[in-house]
Design a protein around this ligand. Structure first.
Ligand code: 5GP
Length: 204
C-alpha cells in the first residue's frame, strides 16, 4: 500500500501520555504487513505478564543500563515513570542505512533527543486520548498496572499533554480506526516529501 521505492527512510516517533492508545496503534501498524521496522527499547522496568525479552523490550539491569549510557550507546534515553528507557544507536543507524521507516514508541524526552540527533530524519507524532477521563479509563482497563503505577502515570500524563506543540503532528485517538488512518496518512505524506526522493528522475 505504501510505495517506499526510491524514498529515503525516516524515524517515525509515536508518543502519547499513558492511555492515549499509542500501543494499540503501534500494534495495528505491526499487523499491516508493511515493511516498517520496529524499534525495541531497552528498559530497567520489570516485564509485565506476557512481555517477552527481546520482543517487547530488552529488559536489562540498572547497572547494565548505566554502563551503556557511559559508553555512549544510546541514541536517546530517559527516566520515565521511575524507570530508565532508551534506544540503542546501532539500531537507529542500521534502519537509516537500510532506508527503513522505523517506528518508535517513546516518551516526549526521548522524542526531542532523537530529533536533535537526527534532525532531517525524524517525524514526531503526538497521540492523545480525547479526554483525561477516557485516558484514565483506558489505562485502568489494561489491568496490568498497580494503583501506585497508575497514579504516577496519570500525574505524568497531565504534564506530557502540554508538550504536543513540540511535535510535527497531533492525532486525537477517539475512534481507533480513524487514528490509525491518520497515522498512515502522515507516513504517506512524509514518504512523498520531495526531499525524500532519492531515485533518478526520468531515467529514459
Ligand atoms: P511502558 O512501561 O508502559 O512500556 O512505557 C512507559 C513509557 O516509556 C511510555 O511513554 C513509552 O513511550 C516510554 N518509552 C518506551 N521505550 C522508550 C525509549 O526507548 N525511550 C524513551 N525515551 N521512552 C520510552
Amino acid at each position: 500500500m505504501l510505495n517506499e521505492r526510491d524514498r529515503k527512510g525516516f524515524l517515525l516517533v509515536l508518543s502519547s501520555p499513558s492511555g492515549g492508545g499509542k500501543s494499540t496503534i503501534y500494534n495495528a501498524l505491526l499487523e499491516m504487513g508493511e515493511p516498517f521496522g520496529f524499534s525495541v527499547s531497552s528498559t530497567t522496568r520489570p516485564p509485565r505478564p506476557g512481555e517477552i525479552d527481546g520482543v517487547h523490550y530488552h529488559f536489562i539491569s540498572d547497572e547494565a543500563f548505566k554502563r551503556k549510557i557511559a559508553e555512549g550507546e544510546f541514541a536517546e534515553w530517559a527516566d520515565v515513570h521511575e524507570h530508565k528507557y532508551g534506544t540503542l544507536k546501532k539500531f537507529v543507524e542500521k534502519a537509516l542505512a537500510e532506508n527503513k521507516i522505523m517506528i518508535f514508541e517513546i516518551d516526549v524526552q526521548g522524542a526531542v533527543q532523537l530529533r536533535e540527533a537526527y534532525p532531517e530524519d525524524t517525524v514526531l507524532v503526538f497521540i492523545a486520548a480525547p479526554s483525561a477521563g477516557e485516558s484514565e479509563r483506558r489505562l485502568r482497563s489494561r489491568g496490568t498496572d498497580s494503583e501506585e503505577d497508575i497514579r504516577i502515570r496519570l500525574r505524568n500524563s497531565r504534564e506530557e499533554i502540554n508538550r504536543y506543540m513540540e511535535y510535527d503532528y497531533f492525532v486525537i485517538n477517539d475512534r481507533l480506526e480513524d487514528a490509525i488512518g491518520d497515522v498512515i496518512s502522515i507516513v504517506r505524506a512524509e514518504l512523498l516529501a520531495s526531499d525524500r526522493f532519492i531515485g533518478e528522475i526520468w531515467p529514459d
